[in-house]
Write a protein that binds this ligand. Structure first.
Ligand code: SF4
Length: 468
């Protein structure tokens, strides 16, 4: 994400997003639709809950022997004729792709949607090296034309209305296009077909990679993934090391819950299984297949409090239900990965300093944990992250002092009793219809769009018992 954007404090970025009526409209429509579709899909799938537990257990077990699974994956990909590259950092991964392009005279690359390539700013590096790079997922294509970044993990252009897309296409592609999704999709398809045929290189991410068979799995809805992996003469797949899973039977578990969580589909329209380059006698497929295994800070998190974030399937369900994301969208977060899981992934990849403000961009309501297909305990990790920021003195001193004072108050029965009494007295002007509303000063941020329960008129003994 651009340095310029990050120089604006998060509250200001969020404030701009809150005033953007187009953004608000687009976010409400899209996230509400995703929530409803997911709910409906799981309601008619009783095995879903058991499979979510199973998927979580697979992720946990895989992480315990990640090195073994990665070695097996690499051996099997090479047995199938592919080449495996290990990239410790984003810079190394970019250099691997650029070297391949240089050595093979690549002039044009087509891409299917991949958050890992966004994470390492691959498009910028390719363009800088003079290689035309074309996104072929419709949402990604839209934001590439708009010179923007994705604002949602699975719906990169979620922040745009169809009217805005029509204007963008008319301006960038020449012509006057109606704000009709079918017309706009047909326009993009016509332009992109040519690009698939011209490209020398196809770049994809990977939703999963199966260690036992050396299979790279892509889950898409538009079929562009199949074109990217079969038409250009070289295919490069870039994946975070946590995407490896042991076996095909494990893959079945993940496929059963991934699309349901993301878009409410039983399965995505296309599940593409890539097994090396084209072999003798085969009519389709690339001449070369390269798999880049990207660490970029992941391995060191296996033993950290952020470990669970490595389970993430990038389904986007936690973004759709998050009351903060639903209000401000993805760009206000300022980094590649938005939403509640994005805060944790950003801390993981960029360090705790980068989420000094973002760590508080969550109401800790727990909705993200409820919908996560692998039950990642995002609220717990956010609380632990806040604790780390405090301990590492990254959080502002005012915040640290405030929480220290609050802790003292909770630990002292006398201070607690006194403050409860004071609170009951002070809250009187703000209690309306049994709820606290319109609080003054800094507390006003809490009650601007919601209310709070008043301090209960219970005895100190009752409150103390409750606390214990
Ligand atoms: S944390 Fe869970 S819900 Fe959020 S994107 Fe990852 S897998 Fe999906």
């Amino acid at each position: 994400m651009s340095e310029g954007l990050l120089q604006t404090p998060f509250p200001e970025r969020a404030g701009v997003a809150l005033k953007d009526t187009f953004l608000q409209e687009a976010l409400t429509i899209a996230t509400t639709k995703f929530i409803d579709l997911r709910k409906e899909s799981f309601a008619g799938f009783p095995a879903g809950e058991v499979l979510r537990d199973r998927a979580r257990a697979i992720k946990e077990a895989t992480l315990q022997h990640l090195d073994v699974h990665l070695e097996r994956l690499a051996d099997n990909v090479e047995r199938l004729g592919g080449t495996v590259h290990w990239a410790a950092t984003g810079e190394e991964a970019r250099e691997i792709v650029l070297r391949l392009c240089r050595d093979r005279g690549v002039r044009m690359a087509v891409k299917s949607k991949s958050m890992a390539t966004e994470e390492i700013d691959l498009n910028e590096a390719l363009e800088h090296a003079g290689i035309t790079t074309v996104e072929t997922d419709l949402g990604e294509y839209i934001i590439q034309l708009a010179h923007e970044k994705p604002s949602h993990i699975i719906a990169p252009a979620i922040h745009k209305t169809k009217g805005q897309v029509a204007e963008l296409f008319s301006r960038e592609l020449g012509g006057r296009f109606e704000a009709d999704p079918e017309i706009l999709t047909a326009v993009a398809r016509r332009v992109l077909r040519e690009k698939f045929l011209q490209a020398d290189l196809g770049i994809t991410g990977a939703n999963f990679a199966v260690a036992d068979t050396g299979t790279v799995v892509l889950v898409t809805n538009e079929g562009n993934g199949r074109m990217v992996t079969s038409l250009p003469r070289i295919h490069v797949a870039l994946m975070g090391i946590e995407k490896v899973i042991p076996s095909m039977s494990d893959l079945v578990v993940f496929l059963a819950i991934l699309a349901r969580s993301a878009t409410g589909q039983k399965l995505s329209s296309y599940t593409t299984l890539v097994r090396g380059p084209r072999r003798a006698g085969e009519l389709e497929g690339p001449e070369e297949f390269h798999l880049i295994l990207l660490d970029n800070g992941r391995a060191r998190q296996i033993a950290s409090t952020l470990r669970e974030a490595l389970y993430c399937l990038r389904c986007g369900a936690c973004l759709n239900v998050c009351p903060v994301y639903r209000q401000i969208g993805g760009h206000a977060y300022g980094y590649t990965y938005p939403g509640p899981i994005g805060i944790l992934l950003t801390a993981m990849l960029k360090g705790n300093e980068s989420v000094r403000e973002l760590a508080h961009a969550s109401s800790l309501c727990g909705a993200c944990k409820d919908v996560c297909p692998v039950r990642i305990d995002i609220p717990r990790m956010l609380i632990e992250l806040r604790e780390h920021l405090d301990r590492e003195k990254i959080a502002p001193w005012t915040e640290r002092m405030l929480f220290r004072a609050f802790r003292r108050l909770l630990l002292s029965p006398t201070a607690f009793r006194f403050s409860a009494r004071a609170g009951r007295w002070l809250q009187r002007p703000f209690v309306r219809a049994g709820r606290l509303r319109g609080l003054p000063l800094v507390f006003g941020s809490w009650t601007r769009t919601r209310d709070l329960p008043p301090v209960a008129a219970r005895t100190f003994r009752e409150q103390w018992k409750e606390l214990r």
